[in-house]
Write a protein that binds this ligand. Structure first.
Ligand code: ZN
Length: 135
């Protein structure tokens, strides 16, 4: 069993979102998968799992091997398509691990991602450091 951060994530850093989208783009047309680390309620870091480029499924299953004190909020993975909704398989994994799950979609622009809870309901994450004027 993986210990989750007591303080649930309410926000994510803009630069973390940008990094996620960048890695999604680089991995395309393959999926990438990683885990979200949370510090004081803010998702600040992603950890890519080795060997994830060839497919997210096996990568996500390896999460069970993480150290138990890891401050893990949930998972992130990319979809090489235009849907950022969780698939049936995604939901099965969500239910086993963490409480917030981010999915990115093509073309991996700034708004091409969504966060979900383990039941597949939208999970609101505030983006910290959002610039209001730049495109
Ligand atoms: Zn998926």
């Amino acid at each position: 069993m993986i210990a989750l951060d007591r303080k649930r994530a309410y926000a994510i850093k803009r630069e973390t979102v940008d990094l996620i989208l960048e890695v999604s783009k680089e991995s395309f047309p393959n999926e990438f998968a990683g885990i979200l680390r949370c510090e004081k309620g803010v998702i600040t870091e992603i950890m890519l799992l080795p060997g994830t480029i060839s497919g997210s499924r096996s990568a996500l299953l390896r999460l069970h091997m993480l150290p138990i004190d890891y401050t893990v909020a949930g998972t992130v993975h990319s979809h090489p398509g235009e849907s950022d909704h969780p698939s049936r398989g995604d939901l099965q994994l969500f239910g086993k691990f963490g409480y917030v799950h981010i999915i990115t979609k093509v073309p991996y622009g700034r708004n091409c991602w969504k966060a979900w809870d383990l039941d597949g309901n939208p999970y609101h994450l505030e983006v910290l450091g959002e610039e209001s004027t730049s495109s």
